[in-house]
Design a protein around this ligand. Structure first.
Ligand code: FAD
Length: 492
């Protein structure tokens, strides 16, 4: 006999992932409930993408105004000092987050989604309990044909680092801009650390990176990271220690007592140095949030790193690696690609799957960006990864790389923004695009032509005759296509 459930789909967590999934589910005719234990919009809207971009927008303008040489080259003279109000910048970030949060909630309610407030806990493969945080008994229990876990992530803090929220803090606190330390150590030089270094240096702070890997910006294409070093690090008041772990941090008192950071060599494990700074931002990645979720009620458990194990269809796997029917997990909680747009794309993909239209998201064509000045963006393989893939796939002699400088782009030159580099890895024999990496003005927007091409499997030849407006920055991509050489097909 057919079961009757309260809902077709229950979504746990209303971050960008849960929101995107809910919208798509309604479009597919499903009856949806969304449970949110904290703030609608999740990390991205309240403590991530949105407020950080507001800070970067304001601090970027401050940097531009302070950069008299650059303005002079455009014929502009600024008289007097550039001043800014820290609190107003923080207010802008806050207000933006609130307004987007309101829009998200209203958009779901308007579509008839039931928005339930409360921390949710799985009670079985078709049922969810919810209530006040830690008091699941106070709320209620609902049932659903399908359940989607979209509980996101929280800052990961390595052992030995006590967060006091004042002098030793994570991005959660840094976004509030309670004060501006003169000297701040940033532990971790991934995209979050990098973006904050951009904000802090623009507003006059000095930054010291502490990075466990041999180079700054681990994971980025190495050549692009070197260019970033030239554009984003060297000209600014930033220094760094690489190959070291921050093994111990002693909080201070703002403006009174420094923070002390003990640095341990990544290889020898010997304490090699210590830093005395005004503040310390811990930007060492994100940990999945599955606390109190009750995964055991469906026979599942977090993996070694705490992520919810899923297959390509975003279906949760139990402890024996078997699919738990009707339960999906998307977004930061599954750790496949921890960015907002990936979370919502996975959500849409999961809804397609539960509606009986099997879909697998091609994560290699999902773009990513650091919103520094200038921006860094990429899609697909780095050059290093492409070489490895080519070696494994037996097409090492077919791998080609083409590059172009922003100096060859008229629009960039008109903006006096000629410092930038774009590169593309592709196959000479098939024209398949393997990866595109850009550093330069508006790189985060420019990457989409490449990600579209990759997700729709368009080759270099397919793009050869697509015309770009002149003069635009998009001609950077055009230049990559024009400078690529695909082998002509063999004569029959
Ligand atoms: P989240 O947004 O974390 O949402 C999960 C939601 O689930 C939360 O609202 C939480 O309260 C709720 N929840 C958790 N457990 C329960 C429960 N048991 N019951 C009910 N509700 C629950 N990404 C980008 O793409 N671009 C950027 O520019 C960018 N910038 C960032 C900057 C910073 C400083 C940070 C920290 C992150 C940034 N990110 C960015 C990453 C992005 O924020 C995340 O990838 C994205 O928010 C993940 O979405 P999600 O829906 O998986 O989870």
């Amino acid at each position: 006999a057919a079961h009757s459930y309260d809902y077709d789909l229950i979504i746990i967590g209303c971050g960008v992932g849960g929101h995107g999934a809910a919208l798509h589910a309604v479009e597919c005719g499903l009856k949806v409930a969304v449970l949110e234990g904290h703030d609608v919009g999740g990390t991205c809207v309240n403590r991530g993408c949105v407020p950080s971009k507001a800070l970067l927008a304001a601090s970027g303008r401050v940097r531009d105004m302070k950069n008299a040489m650059h303005l002079k080259s455009l014929g502009i003279k600024v008289a007097g000092n550039v001043e800014f109000d820290r609190q107003s910048i923080a207010d802008h970030a806050n207000q933006l987050a609130s307004s987007i949060k309101g829009n998200l909630a209203r958009s779901l309610e308007a579509l008839g989604v039931d928005m339930l407030v409360g921390a949710a806990k799985l009670a079985g493969p078709h049922s969810v309990k919810y209530g006040l945080p830690g008091r699941v008994d106070v709320g209620g229990e609902i049932t659903g044909q399908d359940i989607m876990i979209a509980t996101g992530s929280v800052p990961f803090v390595p052992p030995g680092i006590p967060i006091d929220g004042k002098t030793v803090f994570t991005s959660d606190h840094a976004l509030k801009m309670d004060w501006l330390p003169k000297w701040i150590a940033i532990i971790g030089s991934g995209y979050i650390g990098l973006e904050f270094s951009d904000v802090y240096t623009a507003l006059g702070s000095e930054v010291t990176f502490v990075e466990a890997m041999p180079d700054l910006m681990p994971g980025f294409d190495k050549e692009i990271a070197r260019m970033a070093q030239r554009l984003l690090i060297n000209p600014r008041s930033i220094d760094w220690h690489t190959n070291v772990f921050a093994t111990k941090v002693i909080p201070g008192e703002p403006g009174v007592k420094p923070v002390i950071i003990e640095l341990t060599d990544a290889k020898t494990k010997q304490v090699v140095d210590s830093l005395e700074v005004d503040a310390c931002l811990v930007a060492t990645g994100r940990a999945p949030y599955t606390q109190g979720l009750g995964l055991s009620a469906i026979g599942a458990a977090p993996d070694r790193r705490g992520f919810v194990p899923v297959n390509d269809y975003m279906q949760v796997l139990d402890e024996k690696n078997k699919v738990v029917p009707h339960v999906y997990c998307i977004g930061d909680a599954n750790g496949k690609f921890m960015l907002a747009h990936a979370a919502s794309a996975q959500g849409i993909s999961a809804v397609e799957n539960m509606c009986g239209r099997p879909h697998v998201l091609d994560h290699l064509s999902v773009p990513a960006a650091a919103f520094t000045h200038p921006e860094v963006s990429f899609v697909g393989h780095t050059e290093e990864a492409a070489r490895e893939a080519a070696q494994k796939g037996g097409f090492a002699d077919k791998l080609a790389v083409t590059k172009t400088s922003f100096k060859a782009n008229s629009k960039a030159l008109a903006e006096k923004e000629g410092e930038g580099l774009a590169k593309m890895m592709y196959r000479k024999d098939t024209g398949e695009i393997l990866g595109v990496h850009i550093i330069g003005l508006h790189a985060a927007d420019l990457i989409h032509e490449a990600s579209n091409a990759m997700s729709t499997k368009q080759t270099v030849q397919d793009l050869k005759f697509s015309v770009h407006t002149h003069p635009t920055l998009s001609e950077v991509l055009d230049e990559l296509i024009k400078t690529s050489h695909v082998d002509p097909p063999a004569q029959k």
